[in-house]
Design a protein around this ligand. Structure first.
Ligand code: 5RP
Length: 226
């Protein structure tokens, strides 16, 4: 069996996701290096779709550079499908997302889509969520308080930095990354943390879980359905 690199696995699943794009419709597009492969593949069928709703400035720029029209989420009621990557996905389709800092817009586009198709290489499949540092988008004045709340749970949270300053998201907010968690009940965890004052979005996607995962493996693309 030929060993494929992680980059090749991403290309494979990005291309495989084209099968889920509905001709004549607008497709929801996530963010990240795996989604970039999907966007590149999408360009080959751009004349068959109306366009895309994008989950980040970075994806918008890539889509537009390839001649794919980007719609404002407010101008589209419902999307047939949302294609996005994940930092971790479990056997129920629950995910950790936000490694690329786009979790809030990703959750919004996922919520307005009938089906979430996750594209990932097989290193992302886990038994229990929590090994990957959990991203949480917060209003800047709440950052320290939210970090203390995680510390009180026995976890470690730190502010995400970029060039020694707090990273500012597309929404003008900060991110904290949390390690030391074992998220055994993702639905309960998401609901609880979402209610902490100052939390914009927690990077657990349980309410907006995936229905399908196209997993890139050494043996090819495996389709998991949840
Ligand atoms: C961005 C995300 C990405 O989907 C996640 O980080 C996976 O990215 P990649 O495909 O580069 O591994 O949630 O906010």
């Amino acid at each position: 069996m030929t060993t494929l690199s992680q980059d090749e696995l991403k290309t494979l699943v990005g291309q495989a996701a084209l099968k889920y794009v509905v001709p004549g419709e607008i497709v929801g597009v996530g963010t990240g290096s795996t989604v970039n492969k999907f966007i590149d593949a999408l360009a080959s069928i751009k004349d068959q779709i109306r366009g895309a709703v994008s989950s980040s400035v970075a994806s918008t720029e890539r889509l537009q550079a390839l001649g794919i029209r980007v719609f404002d989420a407010n101008d589209v009621a419902e999307l047939a499908v949302y294609i996005d990557g994940a930092d971790e996905i479990d056997h129920h389709g629950y995910m950790i997302k936000g490694g690329g800092a786009a979790l809030t817009r990703e959750k919004i586009v996922a919520a307005q889509s009938r089906q979430f198709v996750c594209i990932a290489d097989d290193s992302k499949l886990v038994q229990t969520l929590g090994k990957y540092p959990l991203p949480v988008e917060v209003i800047p004045m709440a950052a320290q308080r939210v970090m203390r709340q995680f510390a009180a749970m026995g976890a470690q949270a730190q502010l995400r930095l970029r060039y020694d300053s707090p990273l500012v998201t597309d929404n003008g907010q900060y991110l904290v990354d949390v390690t030391g968690l074992q998220i055994s009940d993702p639905l309960a965890f998401e609901s609880e943390v979402n209610q902490w004052p100052g939390v914009v979005t927690v990077g657990v996607f349980a309410l907006q879980k995936a229905q399908i995962c196209l997993l890139g493996t050494a043996a090819g693309v495996k389709t998991l359905t949840f």
